[in-house]
Design a binder for this molecule. Structure first.
Ligand code: PLP
Length: 396
């Protein structure tokens, strides 16, 4: 293979670029996971995750990808045949629904257009209709990574309360945690599912369940079969900072570093940084004369932007040109939008010049691939970034 100079631009919406500090932290001798040193590390990361989920309750860490934490959320809280309410916001909502179905749950899956988030009014209406409280859980994906649409989790909570319904509330924050504001306790979420490879800036391999008291109570009665995912032995071992089976020790070194970095920057600054980069990206897209997949401005994702290709142009052909020519990976369109969209990830360890490079690669690629563009979107983005950096108020 030919040598490619410089650093690969990994601008998919996760896994994200792993900062050098995290890589160095991981690159250390593996320790005895039953020894005294490990207990200190375990306690540090288990406690350190709580402010990131904005919870005072336990956060469980699984040595698994996000899909494992989805399964853990379902099997710990529900029983065979239980009804769950889900909305088709995109590919990840679809996959979670398929999992629930395979596990023996009864899923009401409300069809969606892959351009909008979960409508709180729809949830309220569905729950009000359910007078017998047969719906045991409402599941929502906070940031639909396949579409760049963020559902309003706090408003959905209000909808559940307005319906006076006791359903559990399970939320996937795999591509939003530590990138977009999220409040497990305040929004009354019962299980928050997340993963290591996006806003937490780690390699793939860890996933999480933040759990409410109501979820813990539900887990004592839940009848779905579980073993590896069982919260009970985890919670017992976690009390002293240990795990019931071998944890992903070196990833936990990285997690400790990532927690420190997020706290050093401050979560509000992390969110503001992502909001700003998302806005700059949208300005670039509009500058090119292309369309953003997300329909409603109040649901725009600050973690990624999905861009619709003009009629007659294929997104994967464009991504190939950009990869071959500029050594940059962009996210593919998934499921129903395969070939129709490409996704620009702007989450994780990311700054103005990373974004400038990313958008430049896209703009050059569009030209090389023969995709008609109106004007330089990069110029629009740079104007905004320069302005926003000086603290000047933006015109739009
Ligand atoms: N949910 C969302 C929103 C995701 O973005 C992903 C992966 O990208 C998943 C679930 C699945 O997670 P994993 O691929 O880590 O199993």
């Amino acid at each position: 293979m030919t040598y490619r100079s410089g650093r690969h631009f990994l601008q998919i919406p996760g896994p994200t670029n792993v900062p050098d500090r995290v890589l160095r932290a991981i690159d250390a001798p593996t320790m005895d996971h039953r020894g005294p040193e490990f207990g200190v590390l375990g306690k540090y990361v288990l406690e350190g995750l709580k402010p990131i989920f904005k919870t005072k309750n336990p956060v469980i860490i699984f040595p698994a990808s996000g899909t494992g934490a989805w399964e853990a959320a379902l099997v710990n809280t529900l029983s065979p045949g239980d009804k769950v309410l889900m909305v088709e916001t995109g590919q990840f909502a679809t996959l979670w629904q398929e999992m629930a179905d395979r596990l023996g749950l009864t899923v009401e899956f409300v069809a969606g257009d892959w351009r909008s988030g979960v409508d709180p009014k729809l949830i309220e209406a569905k729950l009000k209709e359910d007078k017998g409280h047969t719906i045991k859980a409402v599941c929502a994906v906070h940031n639909e990574t396949s579409t760049g649409v963020t559902s309003r989790i706090g408003l959905i909570r209000k909808a559940i309360d307005a319906a006076g319904h006791p359903a559990l509330y399970l939320v996937d924050t795999i591509s939003s945690l530590a990138s977009i504001d999220y409040r497990h306790d305040e929004w009354g979420v019962d299980v928050t599912v997340s993963g290591s490879q996006k806003g937490l800036m780690l390699p793939p391999g860890l996933s999480f369940n933040a759990i409410s008291d109501k979820a813990i109570a539900a887990s004592k009665k839940a009848g779905l079969t579980k073993s590896y995912w069982d919260w009970a032995p985890m919670l017992a071992a976690n009390e002293k900072g240990y795990f019931p089976y071998t944890p992903a020790t070196n990833l936990l070194y990285g997690l400790k570093e990532a927690i420190d970095m997020l706290m050093e920057e401050g979560l509000d600054n992390v969110f503001a940084r992502h909001d700003r980069h998302a806005e700059a990206t949208r300005r670039a897209v509009r500058g090119w004369g292309l369309e953003i997949l997300a329909k409603n401005p109040e649901e725009y994702s600050s973690a990624l932007t999905a861009v619709l290709m003009p009629e007659g142009h294929n997104a994967d052909a464009l991504r190939k040109v950009i990869l071959d020519k500029f050594d940059m990976s962009l996210g593919a369109g998934l499921g129903k939008v395969a070939g129709k969209v490409f996704r620009i990830g702007h989450l994780g360890d990311f700054n103005d010049l990373t974004l400038a490079g990313t958008l430049s690669g896209v703009e050059m690629g569009l030209k090389l691939a023969g995709v008609p563009i109106k004007a330089s979107g990069v110029a629009e983005a740079l104007a905004y970034l320069g302005e926003a950096n000086t603290g000047a108020k933006s015109a739009a």
